[in-house]
Ligand binder design. Structure first.
Ligand code: ARG
Length: 280
């Protein structure tokens, strides 16, 4: 956390959501051993110890905000398992399992589903390729669903049938922002932030019409995965280096809290990627 970040609620103007319950996975086996997104360079060294200590700061931040944080055991040979957001999508006590686009991450799908089952969630086995909360984000009662690089459009129909919620399909076009949660942040039940250049024209039209007051992210902030953030409706945990986004959030009465996850950025993930919300 930076010196300028604070957990104080002194500026509260937006009602915080009830304390979220989230799932995380310790990066004990984190490394970059294959390349499935433009951020990953297997030839460059990674520091698992540093990944663990940076991850622990995120964990401690959530705990100090009063979140319930569950932990899934990391599995050897699955270096990307730390990115728990991709492990599924959980709403109404129902866990829609993930089915990964790349075979390197394939075994994570069943591992997360096994955890959901053991915790008493109803599990829906996926038919369509989808990468969980990486590409599905809940805003109020609407599910924003992306495709383009990972999740297939068929999964948008599948998730609509499971939850009976409105699903809005969006198309990602920049390979660096290959999951929706790298290009769009949910700040509260009516407010989002996004990077316009990550979306095709049709999707942009939808976002502009539905969220005229959205925070528009800078390319610089998006490039440190600043949008890959997690909010409880008031406290917004973001990449420490996303300074413009932090200032915009503070201007609107939110409480941005910066964390440094530089090591996990080497795998192409940030705050949100490490966080799967468990909604009962
Ligand atoms: N290396 C991982 C991948 O390419 C990173 C996943 C990041 N997760 C996310 N929710 N954006 O799949």
């Amino acid at each position: 956390m930076t010196a300028t970040s604070t957990l104080d609620d002194a500026n509260l103007t937006h009602a915080p959501a009830s304390s979220p319950r989230v799932l995380m996975c310790r990066p004990e086996h984190f490394t970059v051993s294959y390349r499935i997104n433009p951020w990953m360079y297997p030839e460059n060294p990674t520091d698992t110890g540093l990944a663990l200590s940076q991850w622990s700061v995120l964990y401690d931040t959530y705990r100090s905000l009063g979140f319930q944080v569950d932990i899934i055991d990391p599995l050897a040979g699955l270096p990307d398992m730390v990115y728990a957001a991709n492990g599924g999508f959980v709403l109404d006590g129902i866990a829609y399992g993930a089915k990964f686009h790349h075979q390197e991450r394939g075994p994570e799908g069943p591992a997360y589903m096994e955890w959901f089952r053991a915790q008493g969630f109803e599990v829906v086995e996926p038919v369509e390729v989808n990468e969980g909360e990486g590409d599905f984000l809940l805003v109020g009662d609407t599910i924003l669903a992306a495709s383009g690089f990972r999740s297939d459009t068929g999964s948008h129909k599948e998730i609509a049938d499971i939850y009976g919620r409105e699903v809005v399909s969006l198309q990602l076009i920049n390979p660096s922002y290959y999951h929706l949660d790298t290009a769009l942040a949910v700040v509260d039940s009516t407010t989002i932030a996004y990077l316009p250049s990550a979306f095709d024209e049709r999707s942009l039209g939808i976002l502009r019409e539905r969220y005229p007051d959205a925070i528009i992210a800078t390319e610089e902030d998006a490039a440190v995965l600043g949008l890959n953030s997690f909010s409880d409706g008031h406290n917004v945990v973001i990449a420490e280096r996303a300074t413009t986004f932090a200032a915009d959030l503070a201007d609107r009465g939110y409480n941005p809290i910066g964390v440094e996850l530089s090591e996990l950025l080497l795998g192409g993930g940030g705050v949100k990627c490490c966080t799967l919300e468990l909604r009962s």
